[in-house]
Design a binder for this molecule. Structure first.
Ligand SMILES: C[S@@+](CC[C@H](N)C(=O)[O-])C[C@H]1O[C@@H](n2cnc3c(N)ncnc32)[C@H](O)[C@@H]1O
Length: 252
């Protein structure tokens, strides 16, 4: 039987790697790497570093080009579905052709594999009984964000809404505590009833943290974000919005 491990590697800091993930890397014979192109070279280097540090025996790295998603079409769901199908074809072929019986293959997934990542769903889709698979949790960018801001994701007995920048822009906050990922459009702008805890490149030497009432820090975040993005060529940022309680702002 072949074995496939989907390993969460944390959100940027090599020390985010858990002991369980390090053991899983040590157990792997083949690492499957979906190359996202040059712009995210830093991420590729981190993955490489983790493999070199924790691999225990001989291993192979098999790199494939990650298919491009069509970002021009307004048919967002169809474009994502098409992208997923093309990735599934690649994953299926990698497991079929690059992994021998008795071997372990590993996908190293940014953050936690259970959070806005399609690897688990794709492996489930191509599972045909010829291999078994398991998931190793990782430190997510959400955990990294709240820890670096020395705050908690949840408030006592309160729910949290986890969403994307696109949905925040389309649907509004929908809750008093909102965690936003995948935001290319700074959708927090104008949500002046909220306090924001914002973080970019969390866990890396480029980490940036900004916190404060949206009304006061939105412009600063937008400016810092645009500059950082231009400098590095890419940005990953996450933020927590927490509705400001009236008592804290009696005049409003
Ligand atoms: C495709 S999702 C993957 C999330 C990942 N599985 C996790 O657990 O963090 C990518 C989004 O995660 C967030 N993200 C991931 N790593 C980050 C980091 N180091 N700093 C800030 N945000 C990050 C950003 O919102 C980014 O747009």
């Amino acid at each position: 039987m072949k074995r496939v491990l989907i390993i969460g590697i944390g959100a940027g800091d090599p020390d985010h790697l858990t002991f369980q993930a390090a053991k899983a890397i040590a157990a792997a014979d083949v690492f499957f790497v979906l190359d996202k192109g040059e712009v995210k070279g830093d991420l590729v280097r981190l993955r490489q570093h983790l493999i070199e540090t924790h691999a225990a025996g001989p291993y192979r790295i098999v790199t494939e080009q990650d298919p491009e998603r069509d970002r021009t079409t307004p048919a967002y769901a169809a474009a994502v579905e098409d992208w997923r199908a093309r990735r599934a074809a690649i994953y299926g072929r990698l497991i079929r052709e690059e992994l021998a019986d008795g071997q372990t293959g590993a996908f190293l997934v940014w953050g936690d594999p259970g959070l806005y990542d399609s690897t688990i769903a794709i492996v489930e889709e191509v599972a045909d009984g010829s291999f078994e698979y398991a998931v190793v949790p990782g430190i997510s960018s959400v955990a990294a964000l709240t820890a670096r801001h020395r705050t908690s994701l949840t408030q006592v007995a309160r729910p949290v809404h986890l969403t994307t920048g696109r949905r925040l822009a389309e649907d509004g906050p929908g809750a008093d505590d909102v965690l936003v990922m995948l935001d290319a459009r700074t959708a927090f702008d104008g949500l002046d009833d909220f306090h924001i805890y914002w973080g970019a490149y969390l866990g890396t030497p480029d980490e940036i943290l900004i916190e404060g009432p949206v009304a006061e820090v939105a412009e600063q975040i937008k400016q810092v974000r645009a500059e950082a993005r231009a400098r590095k060529g890419w940005i990953m940022d996450t933020y927590l919005l927490r509705r400001i309680r009236k008592a804290e702002h009696p005049e409003s």
